[in-house]
Design a protein around this ligand. Structure first.
Ligand code: HEM
Length: 119
């Protein structure tokens, strides 16, 4: 499969134009799906995606542990542990960083980019 076609969703997804707004870690943490007045965000390598359309990230969802965070380390290492949901991936093995990059592609194909984690 050509690289551009990998991890494409089964159904076409409408994505908004990517935004470059700074989002603080504190604001990100509030966007964990528990506050109905806020969106639900997941960041990967500092880039923030709006995942609100997927209940998997909501309060009852299987992947709620990722919501309101940058869980790059957990995604890279296939972990669902809260302590791994941190934006530290530079010390990981190359194969894990490849997995993380694949998740970035997966999210880019499904969720709109709403900003970047500040700092
Ligand atoms: C018993 C083990 C697991 C099973 C059976 C499972 C199953 C699934 C299934 C069926 C999907 C949907 C795939 C799709 O939409 O194409 C999915 C998505 C996903 N899984 Fe797992 N998974 C497991 C473990 C994990 C672990 C350990 C992680 C940690 C990184 C993980 C992270 C994710 C993520 C981030 C998604 C994408 C959700 C989305 O935004 O669509 N999963 N999983």
């Amino acid at each position: 499969m050509p690289p551009g076609k990998r991890f494409e969703p089964k159904e076409p997804v409408h994505l908004d134009l990517p935004k470059d707004d700074p989002i603080s870690v504190e604001e990100l943490s509030k966007c964990d799906g528990t506050d109905p007045s806020r969106p639900t965000f997941v960041a990967i390598k500092g880039i923030v995606f709006d995942v609100g359309k997927n209940p998997a990230y909501g309060p009852e969802g299987k992947y709620h542990v990722f919501a309101g965070k940058d869980p790059s380390r957990a995604l890279a290492t296939s972990s669902l542990k809260a302590e791994d949901c941190i934006p530290k991936w530079d010390d990981l093995e190359e194969k894990d960083i490849k997995v993380l990059d694949d998740w970035y592609t997966f999210f880019s194909n499904r969720y709109s980019i709403v900003g970047k984690v500040e700092g």
